[in-house]
Write a protein that binds this ligand. Sequence first.
Ligand SMILES: Nc1ncnc2c1ncn2[C@@H]1O[C@H](COP(=O)(O)OP(=O)(O)O)[C@@H](O)[C@H]1O
Ligand SMILES: [Mg+2]
Length: 412
Amino acid sequence: MFEKKRTIIGLETGTAKIRVAVGEQSATGALNIVHVSEVESNGVVKGEIVNPGAALEDLRNALADAEDQANVEITHVVLGVTGRHVSGFNNRGVKMIPSADREITEEDVEDVLKDARAVALPNGHCMIHCIRQNFNVDDRTNLPSPVGICGSRLESYLHVVHGNKDRSQTAFKLLKQLELGVDEMAFNGLASAMSLLEPEHKELGALVIDLGAGTTEFVVYANRIIKHTGVVAVGGHNVTNDLALGLRVSQVQAEQLKLKHGEAIADDSCKGQIITLPTDVGLPARSVNLEHLRRIQALRLTETFEIIADALTDNDLWECLGAGVFLCGGGSRTPRIQELAEKVFQLPVTLGKSSLSGPTSVTSVPEFQAAIGLVRFGASQRARRSTGDSFMERLAEPLKAISAWRNPVKAR
Ligand SMILES: Nc1ncnc2c1ncn2[C@@H]1O[C@H](COP(=O)(O)OP(=O)(O)O)[C@@H](O)[C@H]1O
Ligand SMILES: [Mg+2]
């Protein structure tokens, strides 16, 4: 007899590519990534859809390709979100327990989490995630669950990821036009971390950085909980722009030079080396200095890492990164990026591969990690629902705006 498998689809509307990851979950909960489709992304700038017409076509093509290649029918997706409007912070809730000998109950926990959730978000923003961190009972700190403990003051901590509602809704609307439902919505950086990290990395503490084309997402896990999330509105396109300006070449030439000759570190080995560019008919021959190229590239990448390092300092996170730094995204293909990251963070750096099972030709691709992680996020939310953890469901569920769109699709 056939084992019934569920299909979970992760959709990343990236700046460079739209990616559709197809995962299968067995009845026992085992998750397998079977395929990732990608198409050029023409309607996205810095992680946000700015040309809905072009994005709709790209989405249609990417989803159709995934259906063909993986032989599945896609009716719902887990949608990734990013952009400069997305950010995360920790928030605290407090509840006084009237008598000191009173045992903390589920109800107290619900109350204190409700208090922690009562946050004033910037105008027009909505919560994408509201994730439970830990609890304190009087001077006992970092408790995973306080139920049954006696104390007088209960504190809870939540990590809130929020973003601009209108900007997040554009992708929902396009998917609605394609008659697709959105099961969940998740921050791309969180998804990448969910793809790359094993439980022991989360326990030891890890910084995950996804170096995309328009944005760089980062997430810090420690003691198995999310400590921090952020987006730097800088990516590989900025490196290319800098090269185009600094070397006085076209964007296309700058991208080609970056991919062919680029490195994250400019050292003496490239001093005095000249690269001759292929000439267009009628134009004089051009050449660029390899050292200049790599210096420009190294400057932008160093600056990006330093912005993240500053966030670690501001949030007091340096001490909790025992497993080091994990890199993914197209930018992590830059030769010697590991060396540069080690220099900036003074931590061991790993070029990440997905910890999920699936063909290595899929799971080891650095650019696929966000889409793959969205599948894992979808599976984890499903598991919470099926174990009846309605409490966590209420807390961790992102925008559930589209339950009405759940009609299966035949033709788009
Ligand atoms: N070998 C490489 N060296 C430097 N940059 C690279 C390399 N390969 C890909 N990139 C850059 O990675 C970026 C695309 O990354 P990707 O993760 O696909 O972006 P997104 O998820 O935002 O669509 C582009 O800016 C591209 O130039
Ligand atoms: Mg990406």
